[in-house]
Design a protein around this ligand. Structure first.
Ligand SMILES: *[C@@H]1O[C@H](CO)[C@@H](O)[C@H](O)[C@H]1NC(C)=O
Ligand SMILES: *[C@@H]1O[C@H](CO)[C@@H](O)[C@H](O)[C@H]1NC(C)=O
Length: 320
């Protein structure tokens, strides 16, 4: 703290007031006032770590959606956002009908925007190694059902299979962002988070509605309905995260429905129909696929990047 003589303080105060009123004159628009309160903190060091954690999830969605819809990934679309990270394992174009492909293409480009917004606002790290192979999804489904599906589940096989694979991803971002919100301090990071949360929640709702429309259909060649797949995936994520029910399928018993009155469950939410919230260790337990935030695997064979995720990997240096 610098002590100033009263007269100097007044001079500085007057100068600052003058500058800000000049700025207001330049930018003020009575119809569109500034979004932020004056004199608040834009961003803090802790905010940066929390928002960088989100980059892992956005990378996962981005390459999954890009590859599935277009047959190429972030290295082709926006190589500067990759920052030298290794290419994803097993990414491929999915066998999608026209409508589904357009939907996923839009989601894919939205993720590119999210990554650009994140990396320009809080800085970034190289894309972590990600496993987007059909084999990884097949392992998730086997764990979800508790036995080995034959033939192995393949999200790239057709549109409905793909949307069930997609069901696995944006919801994790959604609940992670709800969990991040109360811990952010700066208005720049809060604004960024709310923008990401809105679109992730929208993507999740579109995927869930797509599956809800087909809830009773049997997923060939398996003897399970679409609804059962969602319930199994959600149940598996709850088991991995180890913090109770925060994830629900699209058809549920009444006690999990809205106001405990509906079996339809297009949106997964708590007793007051508020979105569930998860912490970084819960998220890592899910995306690593093994229920332990210190043991990488699943979608991130070498672990997620950034300070928060790396801190759970004792003795392991930052790694692509
Ligand atoms: C498929 O599921 C239905 C209902 O659970 C059951 O009655 C039927 O026997 C199953 N068929 C096979 C081939 O497993
Ligand atoms: C998670 O893995 C670490 C490192 O292998 C181990 O020390 C820890 O006990 C595991 N935690 C649980 C809950 O199994």
């Amino acid at each position: 703290m610098v002590l100033l003589l009263p007269s100097t303080s007044i001079v500085i105060f007057t100068f600052v007031t003058l500058v800000s009123s000049v700025c207001n004159l330049v930018t003020s628009d009575p119809l569109c006032p500034p979004e932020y309160l004056e004199h608040e903190i834009p961003i803090t060091k802790e905010d940066i770590d929390m928002m960088q954690f989100a980059e892992n999830l956005e990378h996962l969605e981005c390459d999954l959606f890009l590859w599935s819809a277009l047959g190429f990934g972030l290295d082709h679309v926006a190589p500067q956002l990759v920052m030298g990270g290794p290419p994803p394992i097993g990414a491929q174009k999915a066998n999608l009908d026209f409508h589904t492909r357009k939907l996923i293409e839009e989601f894919a480009y939205q993720e590119v925007g999210h990554l650009r917004a994140l990396k320009t606002t809080v800085g970034g790290f190289p894309r972590p190694l990600m496993d987007l192979s059909a084999k990884n999804f097949a392992m998730i489904m086997n764990e979800a059902f508790g036995y080995e599906l034959v033939p192995p589940f393949d999200p790239y096989r057709d549109s409905v299979s793909y949307m069930m694979g997609a069901y696995v991803v944006p919801y994790v971002g959604l609940v992670a962002y709800v969990g991040t919100n109360p811990n952010l301090k700066g208005y720049v990071t809060k604004r960024l988070l709310a923008g990401l949360l809105g679109v992730e929640a929208g993507q999740d709702a579109v995927i869930r509605h797509y599956l809800y429309d087909r809830a009773g259909e049997v997923v060939h060649p398996y003897n399970h309905t679409v609804a059962e797949f969602t319930n199994r995936i959600s149940g598996f994520r709850n088991r991995l995260a180890m913090c109770g029910i925060k994830d629900e399928g699209i058809i549920v018993p009444h006690y999990l429905g809205a106001e405990q009155r509906t079996e339809s469950n297009v949106l997964s939410a708590d007793i007051n129909s508020l979105s569930y919230s998860r912490t970084p260790p819960e998220i890592l337990r899910i995306v690593y696929g093994g229920g332990n935030e210190s043991v990488p695997g699943g979608f991130f064979p070498h672990g997620a990047n950034g300070r928060i995720a790396r801190n759970f990997l004792l003795d392991q240096p930052s790694h692509n």
